[in-house]
Design a protein around this ligand. Sequence first.
Ligand SMILES: [Ca+2]
Ligand SMILES: [Ca+2]
Ligand SMILES: [Ca+2]
Ligand SMILES: [Ca+2]
Length: 270
Amino acid sequence: MMLKQIQLVSAATLAFGLFATPTQAASSLIIDGTLHKREGGTTFDVWKFEILGTGTFTVDVAAYEASQSNVTTPGYFTNDINGDGELTWLDADTYFYHDTGSIKTTDAIFRCDDVENNCGGDTGASNYFNDYTPETSPLTRSTHLQTETSVDGSVHFRRDPWYDVVVNTPGDYQFLIADFRLDPAEAVAGINTGDNFSAPAGGFVSPILDHADYRVTFSSTDMYISVSGDTIILTPVPEPENWAMLLAGLGFVGWRLSNQAREKSSLTFA
Ligand SMILES: [Ca+2]
Ligand SMILES: [Ca+2]
Ligand SMILES: [Ca+2]
Ligand SMILES: [Ca+2]
């Protein structure tokens, strides 16, 4: 079951902020979800991405709700991310695919598993699929660094992917989130084969092993982010000169509406 929570700025505030300082424009979207243990493996979630122009956005995953399994280990820390009173362990692994109506191995674009691990490597070229490289990929990603401080409440954030995506080619894509590792063949088959949620070695009574929660924060400074059902929509923020035209157009519409209202009221009261 997927739950969506949208952080919205009022249109008036956003328009004013953009007009005053276009480079400060910010939009973000938080999605929550739960993966489940099934016979043969674990489930994964697919979120569709409708990207309507070029730009950049950030993907920040929070999934681990405890820093480690043993409450007696120094540095033990928890964060009940979704506030459901449970602590679960999901070693999130994420992918972008083309969206051609289903999941095919030939649609896979790239993988990002952790912060600075399986998300670019030294050359930035690893974990791209189908012969894509950072130079040719329709979406290019670069991982944030372990030296950076978590900004989304990740307690084991090295294991929670955190990366920036450059949209080189707008289009329809799919964002897949899974536990540990979801090979393209497993994605096609619809089950993360042989997978278990990271079972704690000790310290927890009755650990939760049949499901695990995640939260992903998408943010952008040059694109609006919205969600409709399981489709996330990214729309480029208009350039400042286009804003002037847009606002002029809105002014014209407002003038027409007020004129119409005046005409209507004069008809009503004539
Ligand atoms: Ca994170
Ligand atoms: Ca929880
Ligand atoms: Ca991971
Ligand atoms: Ca697997």
